[in-house]
Ligand binder design. Structure first.
Ligand code: TRP
Length: 475
């Protein structure tokens, strides 16, 4: 038998470190490095950071552990695992929603990932500089971004490049594909991050940025902001669609799940916070150099990374060389973070096809990758390349935003609620605890976890969901 396969003929992780790195690789993505600093800047800085950390501890961490337990006990993808644990009931539909959510998320995630690849290539080629005689740098980079997103060729080409890389890794399998690539990409990601933080916090004006970012201003916290913080927590930790179920299904029985969940959550939060340490000093550098307005700078999410950031790059002390190095490192960081996340999403869909449809892994991965690529095309073209898919077309919002709102605000919380209810009330806390105890004989926080997964998480998620519905349909 292939050493890569466990007793069920499925893949398995080589070590606990491999699992933790892969799960952290899934969690750390565009949601951390771009999403977190952007929403934090838009919603008051330090207060939002505090709120986010509360959501992580109270709701996201317990749900993360629940997903891992379901996966390791069910030994399958979300659909197969729920069927295995509660045969003959409709609970597998929660898993099915997860697989569908995965298809949708990856179809738009890959579009932004494609942009990061494009910008990485531009940065490496020294193209992120303002040519002499051009208008001011703001207009120049806004133009560059507009040209990219309005060009169907670029949009589709870079989605294809990114999806081929993702699929090629997933197609090879757990140890030889995912594990091996993660073990290269995650250390590289840490290194790039450390370099970028060092450069950022030594910029002029950095102190003001860090103060805004880390000193909580509690007056900025409103119910709407709480909703956003929880959504951000789920998205950032890859929760609610069964990534952790699927990755957990490749774990051996003697691993300690609570501490694994703890490591993943800690890594993800730490990297989100670190991303802020890169972005905020840079924003405040811009403010102190040009008297720019914070709200203008962060008004649009895409603008922050793809327009403002390149603009600031050109002004770094050190000239063109500094721009090239800092710019390439930043966009490479984004691309790698996106790739390790995309792999985990495609793995959920692939594992479902392999486990439940008995399709060979290679064919399953390339089939799913192709479908997602096709689904991605309308999202790719919805930033101006095709009018009716874009903002102001017949959707009112762009096709991309439609999918984003649908998944981020509804499907992920619904999935997380379903999984929490499943563990807390249906499959049962006794069975879940028993599974945890096989690798952790002394599970000290057991009582607390029971309380959270049975009551606190479901109530919190339900409140959030109601608030979303009121917000989207009521106003
Ligand atoms: N967590 C990733 C990020 O922060 C994105 C991601 C990967 C994701 N897998 C997911 C989001 C599953 C939701 C569900 O960018």
């Amino acid at each position: 038998m292939d050493a890569n396969l466990n007793k069920n003929g499925r893949g398995s992780w080589n070590s606990r470190l491999a699992f933790v790195l892969a799960a952290a690789g899934s969690a750390v993505g565009l949601g951390n490095i771009w999403g977190f600093p952007t929403v934090t800047a838009q919603h008051g800085g330090g207060g939002f950071v505090l709120l986010y950390l509360a959501c992580i501890l109270l709701v996201a961490l317990p749900v993360m552990l629940a997903e891992m337990v379901i996966g390791r006990a069910g030994e399958k993808n979300p659909v197969g695992a729920l069927k295995h644990l509660k045969p003959g009931t409709p609970w597998y539909l929660v898993g099915a929603l997860g697989v569908i959510t995965g298809l949708i998320i990856l179809s738009f995630y890959t579009v932004i990932a494609g942009w990061t690849v494009y910008y990485f290539i531009q940065a490496m080629g020294g193209a992120l500089t303002v040519p002499p005689g051009a208008e001011d740098s703001a207009a120049y980079f806004a133009g560059m971004f507009r040209d990219m997103i309005a060009n169907p060729g670029y949009e589709i080409l870079f989605v294809a490049v990114f999806m081929i890389a993702t699929t090629a890794i997933v197609a090879v399998g757990i140890q030889k594909g995912i594990e091996r690539s993660i073990k290269i990409m995650m250390p590289l990601l840490f290194l790039l991050l450390a370099f970028l933080i060092f450069r950022s916090v030594t910029l002029e004006g950095a102190g003001a940025g860090i103060r805004f970012y880390l000193i909580p201003d509690l007056t900025a916290i409103t119910p709407g902001v709480i909703v956003l913080a929880l959504g951000q927590a789920f998205f950032s930790l890859s929760l609610g669609m069964g990534v952790m179920i699927t990755y957990g299904s490749y774990l051996s029985k003697d691993e300690c799940l609570p501490s694994s969940a703890g490591y993943v959550v800690a890594t993800d939060s730490l990297i989100a916070i670190c991303a802020g340490l890169i972005v905020f000093p840079v924003i405040f550098f811009m403010i102190s150099a040009h008297g720019a307005d914070l709200n203008d700078l962060v008004a649009t999410g895409a603008g922050l990374v793809f327009v403002i950031f390149p603009q600031i790059l050109t002004e770094l002390p050190g000239g063109t060389a500094a721009t090239l190095v800092f710019g390439s490192a930043f966009f490479l960081l984004l691309a790698i973070a996106a790739l390790t996340s995309a792999i985990s999403i495609l793995e959920v869909v692939t594992a479902h096809l392999v486990d439940d449809w008995k399709i060979p892994r290679k064919r399953a991965a390339w089939g799913a990758g192709t479908v997602i690529f096709i689904l991605a095309i309308p999202s790719a073209l919805s930033h101006g390349a095709v009018g009716w898919l874009s903002e102001g077309g017949w959707f009112g919002i762009s096709f991309f935003d439609l999918l984003y709102i649908l998944t981020f605000r509804f499907f992920l919380p619904i999935g997380a609620l379903g999984l929490a209810l499943f563990v807390g009330w249906v499959w049962g806390l006794e069975k879940a605890s028993e599974e945890i105890r096989t690798g952790t004989p002394a599970f000290r926080l057991e009582r607390l976890w029971h309380l959270m997964i049975r009551y606190i998480a479901p109530v919190a998620i339900t409140i959030i969901l109601i608030a979303q519905i009121v917000d989207v349909f009521g106003g």
